[in-house]
Every structure is written in structure tokens, then in C-alpha cells.
Design a protein around this ligand. Structure first.
Ligand code: PGU
Length: 454
């Protein structure tokens, strides 16, 4: 493996963005003056939200896209060779029964009887009931389910509900939305340029040494604890014992657990809960965000849900569900009625069967990726109950952004550097199994050459 000859970008974490938009100065202006002169008609008198100025760079995934595009601009002949194992975006078409649900949902809108306008902001009653029954075995009630346009959007809404005065704890590394939205909400101070951590966030280190599960007990208390299982980016799936421990701890410390179960259908192992509500006492401490994105190839269709238990209370005794309902009714107008029809189709027997087949397909890809790196002598995590594999990089690589650049340049395979998920991700590389099987096989062939150890 040779890293030295490459013009790699040696940054430890996500660097500040150079905008990919072309800002053309208007007549008579110089390029630099466009940002600074008060004579510029486009400069308002509105103060910038200071929290946005704290964000250290752009959002991770567009930054990956920007680097891929920059590479292709310089090497247009490589366009056809490029394989994306970067962003976790589904590639398989929506299977027939679920697709039919969407089509029928759309057709209904063309009939007088079937037409519907603004839906219930919390989602259609039938879909909420089916989610509670089929996915939670009635461990929760339909009235605790809020249907939405996706888990990412719900994480921001949960943050809006909590507001600026809470302290959040995140797994490190973690899906960057938890930290970025905490910063946007004003919960944090600045990012320390050495540790790459934001002030007033509790970073719960998750590495091979603790089985990628946080040791919350030994860390300062937080008001809100974000936990994702199966995990993005590490691919680790928490056991029943681990989840029981964190639920008990949150109860003891008076924290609210926000459990992100977006990858739940990938769980195939025994003793790995698909929902936090399988854990005794979880309804006293936890909210669960979830999504149809990875279940059914709905990343572009957009459908998710959040479960807020009816008994969960804030310190003053008020109900968390009431405030979340206030956010949903005020700033959301219900998921698309067409899409909710697709969601219903996902939850009947045929839909469930189609979903399982899709998941099997991606898990097979994950296995191929895992085996490729293992054969080369790397330590590989994840990829068993999750669509991501997390590869330990040898020290001589220099950094995960270096590895990202090297693989892009030498193999034309897009990956995600672990450092993009927080400082704890440095030294790792995430590869996504969401890709056509042929592409994964081809990527594995190329990686066998590029990642060969000397
Ligand atoms: N939660 C987790 C843990 C995720 O990894 C993702 C997507 C979501 C929620 C988003 O769910 P939606 O229901 O589709 O909103 N993670 C992908 C996509 C990244 C992004 O944020 O655009 C990934 O590659 O990590």
C-alpha cells in the first residue's frame, strides 16, 4: 500500500468548505469585495445566527460529493469507473407490491372519494396502528407514533423540542446529524481545534476497546443521550444487556435517551433488539426515531416515524409527547398521503417479505466487503447486522481522509473517512453496502489491489 506518492488532502477532520457554487461578482466589483463591502446591495442588516458560525465545515455527505466531483473534473475519463460505497443510499428499485401501494395512493387522489388534503399531522391512523402492531408487536400504542418525512428531519425536530439549554451526549464516532443539530440549536460552545470536539457536548468514545458501546457511566451526565443501533458508522449492534444497562443508567441520571433505529431491519443476530422498547423500563426514558428509508428503498420517497411514549415527562412534569406534538402540528403538515399508502404496503405480509429480500441483498454485499478486507489482513467491524463495514486503518496511512483520497484516486471507489463522524472515527474507513452487487464485486477486486499491505 503506497500513500506517499499521492496528492492527498492531509486533513485530520472535515476542513472548512470552499463553496462549490460560482459566485460571479456583479459589474464593477472585484471578486473579493463581493463578501465584504457594505455598499453591496445584497448585504442585509441581519446578524448571522452565531450558532451557524460555530459549525466547523459543511455537512459531511455533500463534502464527500464535492470531493468526488472535483476528482472527476480533473479526471473526466474516470466517470464511468466510479463506484460509490460512500453515502448510505439505497440503489435497488422499489419492489412491486410496495410500489403498487405508492401507485394506488397516487391514484386515489384522482377520485372524489379517495381524495384527501392536509393529513393528520401525526400521520394516518391506520399507518400509526400498523407501525405499532407490525413493527413493535404492540409494545407501544398507535397514539405514541408520529409519522414523518424521515428520521433525519425528526432528529432536528427533537432538537427543536429540547431547545438550546440541554446538554447532549453522542457516541463518538456517530451519525453527524446529532452533533450538527446540537450546534445549530445553540447547545454547544466552539469546536476545539485540537480535540475536534465541541464544548458542552459529551463525547462517548466508542471503539474496539469497548465493543463500540459507550461507557456512559464513567462520563459526565447529559440531558439527552443519542444512541444508534445498529450503528452508523461502526456497524455495531447493541445487545439486550448493553441496552438494558444504558436504559437503567438514563433512568438513574434523569437523562432522555434518543434511540435511532434506522437500521433495525438489518438485525439478523439473536439477542439484538430491534427497538429500544424491547427493553424493560425504556418507555420511562426513551424516544425512538426510525425510518422506511433503508427498509424499503424510501431514501428519496421520504417516510419515517418517531415514537414518544405517553408517560415520558420533563422535569416540570409536563409530557414530552405534548411538546413533540406541538412541534409536529406547528412546523410539519403530515407526511405525503401517497407515501403513507406506500408505508402501509410495506407493513403487510407481502411488503415485509419484499423488505427482507432487499435487506438480504445488501447484507450479502456487506459480507463481500467484509471478507475482502479480512482476506487482506485488516480488522473489520460491522457488516453483520448492519449495512456498513468499519475498517481499521494501519497507522502508516496517515489519516482517514488520506485513505479516502488514495482509494478514490487509485481505485475510483468512494468511501467515507471515519473522521467525518467525529474525532473518535479517525483511523477507520466506512464502506456502505448500498450498491448494486456487480459494483461491489468490482470494487472488491480493485480494493484487493489498492489496499494490499506491503
Ligand atoms: N439515522 C441514521 C443513523 C442514518 O444513518 C441516516 C442516514 C438517517 C437517520 C436518515 O434517515 P432518513 O429517514 O432517510 O432521513 N444516513 C446516511 C445518509 C446520510 C445523510 O444524512 O444524508 C449515511 O450515509 O450515513
Amino acid at each position: 500500500m503506497k500513500f506517499t506518492s499521492l496528492a492527498v488532502c492531509a486533513v485530520a477532520a472535515l476542513p472548512a468548505l470552499t463553496s462549490s457554487f460560482s459566485l460571479t461578482p456583479s459589474k464593477g466589483q472585484t471578486g473579493s469585495a463581493i463578501f465584504s463591502t457594505s455598499a453591496d446591495a445584497s448585504v442585509s442588516q441581519v446578524e448571522r445566527n452565531e450558532n451557524f458560525a460555530k459549525l466547523a465545515g459543511g455537512y459531511l455527505f455533500p463534502e464527500i460529493g464535492r470531493r468526488r466531483n472535483a476528482y472527476l473534473e480533473e479526471n473526466p475519463e474516470m466517470a464511468d469507473r466510479l463506484i460509490s460505497l460512500g453515502i448510505g443510499d439505497t440503489t435497488m428499485p422499489i419492489p412491486p407490491h410496495i410500489l403498487n401501494g405508492l401507485v394506488e395512493g397516487a391514484k386515489k387522489l384522482g377520485t372524489q372519494d379517495g381524495y384527501s388534503g392536509y393529513g393528520a399531522e401525526q400521520g394516518q391512523a391506520l399507518l400509526r396502528e400498523k407501525i405499532a402492531k407490525v413493527l413493535y408487536n404492540d409494545l407501544i400504542d398507535a397514539s405514541e407514533v408520529f409519522v414523518s418525512d424521515g428520521a433525519k428531519c425528526d432528529i432536528m425536530r427533537v432538537q427543536q423540542m429540547f431547545g438550546p439549554n440541554v446538554k447532549s451526549a453522542v457516541q463518538d464516532p456517530s451519525y453527524p446529524v446529532y452533533v450538527d443539530t446540537s450546534v445549530m440549536m445553540g447547545q454547544t460552545g466552539m469546536q476545539d481545534s485540537k480535540t475536534m470536539q465541541y464544548d458542552n457536548i459529551v463525547y462517548m468514545k466508542c471503539g474496539p476497546e469497548n465493543g463500540f458501546f459507550p461507557d456512559y457511566k464513567s462520563l459526565p451526565r447529559a440531558d439527552v443521550v443519542y444512541l444508534c443501533s445498529p450503528n452508523n458508522p461502526t456497524g455495531a449492534a447493541a445487545t439486550k444487556e448493553q441496552l438494558t444497562e444504558i436504559v437503567e443508567l438514563c433512568k438513574e441520571r434523569g437523562s432522555i435517551l434518543v434511540f435511532d433505529a434506522a437500521y433495525a431491519p438489518f438485525i439478523r443476530s439473536e439477542n439484538v433488539p430491534k427497538s429500544i422498547f424491547e427493553i424493560e423500563g425504556a418507555k420511562d426514558v426513551a424516544i425512538e426515531v426510525n425510518s422506511f428509508s433503508k427498509y424499503a428503498g424510501f431514501t428519496g420517497v421520504r417516510l419515517g416515524w418517531t415514537v414518544v411514549p405517553s408517560g415520558l415527562k420533563f422535569k416540570d412534569g409536563s409530557l414530552v409527547r405534548d411538546d413533540f406534538n406541538r412541534v409536529m402540528t406547528t412546523a410539519f403538515n403530515g407526511a405525503s398521503n401517497i407515501v403513507q399508502a406506500g408505508g402501509l404496503a410495506c407493513l403487510d405480509e407481502e411488503g415485509q417479505k419484499e423488505i427482507n429480500e432487499l435487506i438480504d441483498y445488501y447484507l450479502e454485499n456487506a459480507k463481500l466487503l467484509r471478507e475482502t478486507f479480512e482476506k487482506l489482513g485488516y480488522i473489520v467491524h460491522g457488516g453483520i447486522d448492519a449495512p456498513y463495514i468499519f475498517v481499521e486503518l494501519p497507522e502508516e496511512v496517515g489519516g482517514s481522509w488520506d485513505a479516502f483520497s488514495m482509494i478514490l484516486e487509485k481505485s475510483q471507489v468512494v468511501t467515507i473517512p471515519g473522521a467525518g463522524f467525529g474525532p473518535g472515527g479517525e483511523g477507520f474507513l466506512r464502506l456502505s453496502a448500498f450498491a448494486p452487487k456487480d459494483s461491489v464485486i468490482e470494487a472488491c477486486k480493485r480494493l484487493e489491489v489498492t489496499m494490499k499491505k506491503d
